[in-house]
Design a protein around this ligand. Structure first.
Ligand code: NI
Length: 250
C-alpha cells in the first residue's frame, strides 16, 4: 500500500479518475484556508480512501480570523480529520505578516496539543523561526512537509523526533541538497507525499501532479538510499500509520 501524506485534491475536475488511480492506497488532502478546509471535509466524507488535515496556511493568515480557527476546532470530531495542517511560517512573500503568521501558527499548534493530533508544517524561507517554535511543541507528532532546508538543519529537527515529508522535488536534477538530506535521514523518519497538483516529479514535470506519482518519489528515494522500492513503500507506510491515526476513535 502507498500513502500520499500530502496533497490538495480540491483542485481537480477529473477527481473520480484521480481517486480511482489510487485504489487500494490512501491520500491525505490538505486545506489551507476557510474555503479549502470546507472542501477537505466534503472530500473525506465522499471518498473512503481520502483522509484530511485542515488548517490555516501562513500565506492565508490575512484572509483568516478567529472564526477560521473555531470552525477547524468544530471539525475535529470528524474521524477522517487526522491532523492539523498545513500550518507554519512563510516569509517568501509575507514578511510584513511575520507576527500574525506566528500567532496563527502557535494557536493551531495549541489546538493540536489539546486534541492530540499530529501537525503538518509548511516552512518557507523561515526555517530558523520554525525550529524555535516547534522546539516548544516537541511533544506533538510533527511532520515537516516538503522539507527544503539544509542537512544540518534536518539533523536538528531529527533530534526533536520530527518526520519529513519527501515529494517530487527529490526527483529534480537540481535538488542536490535534498538528495543529501534524504541520504542522511533514517528511513523510519520519512513520509511520502506529492503535494499534488504541484511539484510534479520527473519525468512528468510541467504536467499537473496527482497522488499516483508517489511511486516515482519512492523509486528515487530507493535509488538514493540503495534499497528496494518495496522497502521504501513498506517502511514509509508504517511511518505514516504511526503519525496519522487512520482508525481514529473519539
Ligand atoms: Ni501543500
Amino acid at each position: 500500500m502507498m500513502i500520499d501524506t500530502h496533497c490538495h485534491l480540491e483542485d481537480y475536475e477529473n477527481i473520480e479518475t484521480i481517486i480511482k488511480n489510487m485504489e487500494g492506497n490512501k491520500m491525505i488532502t490538505s486545506g489551507v484556508n476557510d474555503e479549502t478546509n470546507k472542501e477537505v471535509v466534503k472530500l473525506i466524507n465522499q471518498y473512503p480512501n481520502v483522509y484530511g488535515v485542515i488548517g490555516i496556511h501562513p500565506s492565508e493568515v490575512s484572509i483568516s480570523n478567529e472564526k477560521s480557527i473555531l470552525w477547524i476546532e468544530e471539525q475535529l470530531n470528524n474521524k477522517k480529520i487526522v491532523g492539523i495542517g498545513e500550518i507554519g511560517l512563510d516569509y517568501h512573500y509575507g514578511i510584513e505578516e511575520k507576527e500574525l503568521q506566528k500567532q496563527f501558527f502557535k494557536k493551531q499548534l495549541e489546538l493540536a496539543r489539546k486534541y492530540h493530533l499530529p501537525v503538518v508544517i509548511h516552512s518557507r524561507d523561515a526555517i530558523e523561526d520554525t525550529y524555535q517554535i516547534l522546539k516548544e511543541f516537541k511533544d506533538l507528532k510533527i511532520i515537516l512537509h516538503c522539507y527544503s532546508g539544509s542537512v544540518e538543519m534536518a539533523q536538528k529537527f531529527l533530534k526533536l523526533n520530527i518526520y519529513f515529508g519527501i515529494g517530487g522535488v527529490v526527483t529534480f536534477k537540481n535538488s542536490k541538497t535534498l538528495k543529501e538530506v534524504v541520504k542522511m535521514l533514517p528511513l523510519d523518519h520519512i513520509l511520502l507525499e506529492t503535494d499534488s497538483p504541484y511539484l510534479t516529479p520527473e519525468p512528468f514535470r510541467g504536467q499537473k501532479n496527482e497522488p499516483k506519482n508517489i511511486l516515482l518519489v519512492a523509486q528515487t528515494i530507493a535509488k538514493i538510499k540503495e534499497i528496494s522500492v518495496e522497502q521504501v513503500l513498506k517502511t514509509t507506510t508504517i511511518n505514516a500509520e504511526q503519525q496519522f491515526d487512520f482508525n481514529k476513535t473519539l
